[in-house]
Design a protein. Structure first.
Length: 454
């Protein structure tokens, strides 16, 4: 990868791309992330079938921690995409890239140093299960190593190299899948320890290759630019807090189940969660395509209308998939995971209702960044997290894993409706775009009597 330059970063403007090209880009990312998700699902099926619900519960807890540590620092990469694609700052894209890499290296170093004491403290004080401290520690280490790969992906995302982005998304799960096939089909191993060791080894390999790419693509890595760091930190802190809430939220149910119930129940519930993660990954592929374009969607009414039209097509596909899965949930679980996991069907059906609402709202959520209001999105996500926690505390002891699913769904629906309503109000007040009170169609604003939006 060559050092990033503004000209390389912006081969075309997002607003000039046709709806068909947007759909093609989305499908390219969807193929990559979809294949990665299929392989990840296959990995989990292998582990669930060969280790049983108890072993799968132990692995699921490790996996929840790993994913959280992996995706939370994606805030750095999202901030880089925002400044690299913004018309006012594209000339300094290389500087923003360098700052992004520096922050990612700092994050990984801190996580590796604090993984063991943090894992032990959480296991004893929060979960009240000292025996899971090793799972916590290894999950934090694996996740921090994998986060390096996200920075490589963000450079491809900015340059809209969605084909390469798609390939990168699938590499980790493909290598892991090959390792699991060898582990379970060739050796007699049926314990969770070697499985986690495999994930740790692949994570270290992926991080090493990604770090070499980052170092080669970052000239003058030791050069610190306080102004760039300050701008990225000022804007990025809200994205970081939002990511902390957004990416932790789909996994908080598993953590709360671990606190209140046993790992065997977590293993059953994790089967339902795996199906909803398919939806999360599909909507995540929307993020890869539509986040850069949301940065230019509010130039005028026409660009906003085009953005909404472009995002409507993949959202429709996602909603159809949710509807079909709602119908086929019991059969799908029995066929894929086995009859011992049939109890996961009820929480899965409840969870799907919440993800239906969140899928409708997701493309609109990026407009908060275009409005330069990342703090609003953070407050919305934090509110969703707090509501879910309150519901978990009351519903899990009452209804077990069904209560956890109900808490997730209520929080998702409430957040989607509140955030969508607030966004509609903000767009009506925007100086470049107004939504007529009697219509949802975006219209051009009259600029002669308006002050620039701040």
């Amino acid at each position: 990868m060559k050092p990033l330059k503004a000209a390389a970063l912006l081969p075309w403007g997002a607003s000039n791309r046709s709806s068909n090209r947007s759909m093609a880009d989305y499908l390219a990312v969807l193929c990559g992330t979809g294949m990665a998700r299929v392989l990840a699902l296959a990995n989990n099926v292998l582990i669930a079938r060969f280790l049983g619900s108890e072993g799968f519960g132990q692995f699921s807890f490790f996996y929840i921690v790993m994913l959280s540590a992996w995706v939370i620092p994606q805030a750095f990469d999202t901030t880089f995409v925002k400044f690299a694609k913004s018309g006012e700052t594209t000339g300094r894209a290389a500087s923003y890239w360098r700052a992004n890499v520096q922050m990612k290296i700092l994050y990984c170093g801190l996580m590796l140093l604090s993984a063991w004491p943090a894992g032990h403290l959480l296991a004893v004080e929060f979960f009240h299960k000292p025996d899971i401290s090793e799972l916590l520690c290894l999950g934090l280490v694996c996740g921090s190593l994998l986060s390096v790969m996200n920075s490589v992906a963000s450079s491809l995302q900015v340059r809209e190299k969605f084909g390469r982005f798609a390939v990168l998304q699938g590499l980790y799960t493909a290598i892991t899948c090959l390792g699991l096939l060898f582990l379970f089909l060739v050796t007699p191993i049926r314990e969770v320890g070697p499985v986690i060791s495999l994930y740790l080894g692949v994570s270290a390999l992926t991080a090493g290759i990604s770090m070499v790419i980052l170092l080669r693509s970052t000239p003058q890595l030791l050069t610190f630019e306080p102004e760039i760091m300050q701008r990225m930190t000022r804007f990025g802190k809200w994205i970081f807090f939002t990511a902390l809430a957004t990416y932790t939220f789909p996994r908080i149910d598993g953590m709360m189940l671990t606190r209140y119930l046993d790992l065997n129940t977590l293993g059953l519930y994790s089967v339902a969660a795996q199906f909803t993660m398919i939806i999360a990954v599909v909507t995540g592929s929307m993020s890869a395509v539509f986040l850069p374009r949301a940065m230019q969607a509010l130039e005028n009414g026409a660009t906003l209308k085009q953005y909404i039209v472009d995002s409507a097509r993949p959202v429709t596909i996602i909603l159809l998939g949710i509807f079909l899965l709602e119908i086929a949930a019991p059969l799908a679980i029995t066929i894929i995971y086995g009859p011992q996991y049939a109890a996961a069907a009820q929480p899965l059906r409840i969870l799907l209702l919440g993800y239906l609402f969140s899928s409708l709202y997701l493309p609109l959520s990026f407009l908060y960044y275009s409005l330069d209001l990342p703090q609003i999105r953070f407050l919305l996500e934090a509110g969703k997290m707090l509501l879910a926690l309150v519901l978990f505390i009351h519903l899990i002891p009452l209804w077990g894993m069904t209560g956890a699913a109900a808490a997730m769904t209520l929080a998702l629906v409430t957040n989607s409706l509140a955030a969508g309503g607030l966004l509609y109000f903000l767009l009506r007040k925007h100086p470049s775009i107004r939504l007529r009170p009697d219509s949802t169609s975006p219209t051009l604003a009259k600029h002669h009597d308006q002050h620039p939006h701040s």
